[in-house]
Design a protein around this ligand. Sequence first.
Ligand code: FE
Ligand code: CA
Length: 512
Amino acid sequence: MQRRDFLIDLTRIAALAAIVPNDWRVVHRPRFADDPFALGLASGDPSPAGAMLWTRLAPRPLDPHGGMNGSRAAVTWEVADDEGFTKIVQQGRATAVPELAYSVHVDVKGLAPDRWYYYRFHSGQATSGVGRVRTAPAEGAQTPLRLAFASCQHYEQGFYTAQQHLANEEIDAVAFLGDYIYEYGPNTANPRLHATAEVMDLEGYRGRYAQYKSDPALQAAHAAFPWLLITDDHEVDNNYAGLVSENEMESTEWMHARRAAAYQAWWEHQPVRVPHSNSWADLVQMRRLDWGALARIHLLDGRQYRSDQPCGDGDQAVPCGDWADPKHTMFGPDQEKWLSSGLASSRAHWQILANQVMFAPFDLTAGPTRTYHMDSWGGYPAAADRLLDSIGKYARNRTVLISGDIHSNWVNEIHARFTRDETPIVAAEFVGTSFTSGGDGSDRNAAVGALAAENPHLKWQNNRRGYVVCRFDGDVCEADYRIVPYVSKPGAPIQTATRWKTEHGKAGITQL
Ligand code: FE
Ligand code: CA
């Protein structure tokens, strides 16, 4: 049997184990020297009938195999109406297998729509903490949506203070737009350190997720609400594009293997419901969630199918080389079609595009020369115009893009033609800063301020750490930019730096 096929079968086994108890060589009452739920729990991808529930048995998170001994272990789960678990509405059994890092993924179905529930796990004598999860509203319901979004939580570059504050927000869900882990080895100049050298193989990535998920603040933010997770580059390799690595030295075979390890470890550690895939290296991550009739959330993959950054990546004066080649793509032809038909077929009030990198092109050079960042949409103008055509046709001024990657906050009006701010506005983009990546940051960015005249689509910008809370109802989408003044030491307070709104069916973004 090919290793690739073997791995596919294991994902099927894991999915089945959630509903069909598999008694074959399973240790029903495993014994643990330490708490096997040291990585916490999580929920995600809510539907009107349920959600994904996640945990991973890892009594010693940083030891090989998380301190597990190689046996399959029985895990039970419970979903209750109340935090005290006196009214259990569903329960079941799953099997944690070594081939999937003892992760547990339960696709709970049969719950009532638009409701909060509590969930927990048991294994042997051990009981996990309690998580809170909510279902999506029923089809047709106009329930408002409170969606926070965040990205980029380099463990070394800051304390997870923003995640702790996020856990206390009154929101329905969190969209995480990528860079959940960073692949790099340790840098002793940072306030915290990665435990291992740059990760490239399955055990390496698993250990990295284990280190990140050991953080209690991150665990609290997962336990409080369902998350919708997509990956960007650092879940695999900085600035990779498809099967092209950052430094373009590695073979496509090598990148295929690295991607397989990275995507498998991501799946093992996240509460995601992804479509069936042919191999770990080709794990399909794009998917949609409907929030009643109010919003359709498109969770997009701007790494796996993209063409290589043009003109050698970095910041480049344009036009350069084959920058404008219509064959260049951010999402790949299949995902482009899927997104366009998803916009066309949805009657939802709002279309939310959860995407990795900043969409609006930011001109980095004063005067007539234009310089764009090639790794964000600025390097993919033809693909951007194709997406703008779909937005203009199907969801004009009721589309909100949410983006990360850039480690700073931006508010961008999106125009009908990608590089032409004189064309009509068709969408709003809220770009959220990093949780920690880049360290403390700053309130003012003189370089960006000096380029305001070059970039009239830019309404506001700053360089602090934090996250964004969006509230959608039938009339308006409001975005609160929540920031912390520092992450280099613990304990920073949270504050709202600015608030913006865009109105359904109206062009433009205005400050509140
Ligand atoms: Fe990042
Ligand atoms: Ca310029």
